[in-house]
Write a protein that binds this ligand. Sequence first.
Ligand code: ZN
Length: 353
Amino acid sequence: MGIPIKVHITFLLILPIFALVFATNPQPYGFADIGSPVMTYGLSLLTTILLFVCVLLHELGHSYIAKGYGVEIKDITLMLLGGVSSMEEIPREPSHEFKMAFAGPLVSLIIGFVLLGINIAIASSVPSYNTTWVYLMVNILATINIVLAIFNLIPAFPMDGGRILRSIFARKMSYIKATHYAASVGKMFAFLMALVGVVSNLWLLLIAFFVYMGASEEDKSTTVTVSLEKYMVSDIMSEDVISVQPEMTVEELSHFMFENKHLGYPVIKGNSLKGIVTFTDIRNVLPHERYAVLVSDVMTTDVVTLPSSASAAEAFRIMTINNIGRILVMDNDNVKGILSRTDLMRSLMLLNE
Ligand code: ZN
């Protein structure tokens, strides 16, 4: 599908942990009593890898539907708590979001029941099949896929069920309100989970915390995005752009910054943009080098720009994804203005008031 698949560093941690769990669990959910240690650990590792292939297929289920609706998928990352698809935007059309959110758990359910069916079919015709390692592995994968599907259908952000719930609410009310209600249901679930967790299982308490944070995060970020969507970059950008020359020394630039009180400037030579230089770029230059190092040596040449007609929400998203503090606004190679995170935050504050 043309989607890069990445592995997060925390994934390397979860791989041996899962393998160890399978290796120490007895039948029917582990290989502790299957035979030699090599066999036990080998099968456990193989099962863990196959399990994450299933998680990946779950994510690809979401991606497949999303791509069909024209949503750009940046990548899929496998990490500690499963997989994450980073999408450029979540479809706002309720029926699209519903199908997209449901696709993942559906893939897990199909894998789970197909594997379960295969095991039952073979076990009924081949005697003593249910004592073999193949049976065990298929059984473990089937069970976990079904549990994964059910867990993801819990109607709470950040699980898929939270999105499904929002898409159902969004048919009858605004997107912000629907998100708010869905997040409230998620928080309620988190409280219930925490209560049960305190008296039974501390892991549940941890998951409850994770669900609560996910729900409030989704609520906040949706409010920000939807409020900013009504505005264009040109509405909130600063129009008088102060630029600097690439031949300026870092020493000169630091004085310039102090006088002008901005922390980032486009670097312009003649009429063309060469890069952007910020406080972060010069703070690591050693004091005795400040007279020799030029702006062109430390500036970022890969400048993120947006046209003035882009939406403010788009600018916010790009700043967040790239973790940058300002975006240069350009129309046909001409610098029109600069939009900083501070500009965005001030506008948001005023909009909320
Ligand atoms: Zn999912």
